[in-house]
Design a protein around this ligand. Structure first.
Ligand code: HEM
Ligand code: FPP
Length: 303
């Protein structure tokens, strides 16, 4: 009986540890990053890309993104422990030790890099590693603590996956891939600042210079509106360069009008709920936009 109890509790703590390791990879964010990379892969040629190459590229980009997310948990553990949104994170709470987290994240990164280098192409491997460095070191360790423009500059790392996906199929840097990067790049500030408005006190408590802390709510709300207008304009580019057709144009215009509506409401209304609604909408916006790019690729209709 005592033996079986010990066995059960060892099993429970092992599965708890696996759950914690999974959590530090930010799986939902990585899922979204991989979707945007897959769209880059598909748009890189007419029709479907070779499915084996698509699979191995997605796994490689996913592993390096997961490694970057785990490194972010290691670097941020002290501030995470003090914020209401993040205090219960596995490393901040001490459920996962630094040693294990370092071994885990570096193993994911090494495996992902080796996969991309050996089975995809060296350019994809190096660019994906550079994105990991951009997020885990440049954004998390330096910019996040240094300037309210942290997420604007740091957002470039998270915007890279469509380009990484594209390069994984062709081995070269096509200008159209940069349009997809620009979409995510301009989407990131309204995505994040909406959440930062809701969590302003958290960031103020740990002295992280997020825009609502340094410049106040009114300034941040204006910045959200302006970046959403910029995003709307950038989203016309794939149609204007004939990369995408009407399905994309109509879907993205509707999505952007809705995003503008949220951004405007956030600016003019006193209702505290709107910030989180805008943040949640931003995630659906990006997901549907990239699905529209994908559908449009196969059913391209133009004037
Ligand atoms: C510097 C750039 C970015 C910053 C600072 C940022 C910030 C955040 C934060 C703080 C959350 C957590 C919200 C919570 O814990 O409730 C979040 C959630 C999320 N972000 Fe971002 N984000 C960035 C870029 C991106 C990019 C590029 C993508 C995808 C292409 C993305 C997709 C998501 C998704 C899917 C979630 C929801 C995760 C969940 O529900 O667990 N983010 N973001
Ligand atoms: C290889 C590659 C493509 C790397 C990109 C990696 C990546 C996971 C980008 C997503 C950006 C993100 C979730 C930022 C939030 O960090 P935060 O520290 O501001 O938020 P937090 O407080 O929730 O941790």
């Amino acid at each position: 009986m005592a033996y079986s109890n010990t066995l059960t509790s060892s099993f429970n703590s092992f599965s708890g540890l696996l759950k914690d390791l999974y959590e530090i990879t930010k799986p939902k964010v990585v899922f979204m990053l991989v979707i945007t990379a897959i769209v880059g892969m598909v748009l890189a040629q007419s029709g479907w890309p070779p499915l084996d190459l698509l699979l191995v590229s997605s796994i490689g980009i996913g592993l390096l993104s997961a490694a970057a997310a785990a490194m972010n948990h290691i670097v941020d553990q002290k501030i995470d422990a003090k914020m209401a949104r993040t205090y219960n994170r596995p490393i901040a709470k001490g459920r996962v030790t630094n040693r294990l987290a370092i071994i885990f994240s570096f193993s994911l990164a090494a495996f992902g890099f080796a996969l991309l280098y050996a089975f995809v192409n060296p350019l994809t491997a190096w660019l994906t590693l550079a994105s990991l460095f951009g997020y885990a070191v440049v954004y998390t360790l330096v910019l996040k603590r240094l300037t309210p423009q942290n997420i604007v500059i740091g957002g470039l790392a998270g915007a890279m996956p469509p380009l990484l996906g594209w390069v994984s199929m062709t081995g070269d840097l096509h200008p159209n891939a940069f349009l997809l990067v620009m979409i995510i790049f301009t989407w990131t500030p309204p995505h994040f600042w909406a959440l930062a408005i809701h969590r302003r006190d958290d960031y103020a408590r740990v002295n992280i210079p997020m825009l609502p802390v340094t410049h106040g709510l009114a300034f941040t709300k204006n910045a959200i509106v302006l970046y959403t207008v910029l995003l709307t304009l950038v989203c016309f580019l794939p149609y204007l360069v004939a990369m995408s057709g009407l399905i994309y144009l109509i879907s993205s215009t509707i999505l952007n009008l809705l995003f503008l509506k949220y951004a405007w409401q956030l600016k003019v209304s006193e209702d505290k709920k709107i910030a989180m609604d805008t943040f949640k909408f931003s995630i659906w916006h990006l997901l549907i936009l990239f699905v529209a790019l994908l559908v449009d690729h196969f059913y391209i209709i133009r004037f």
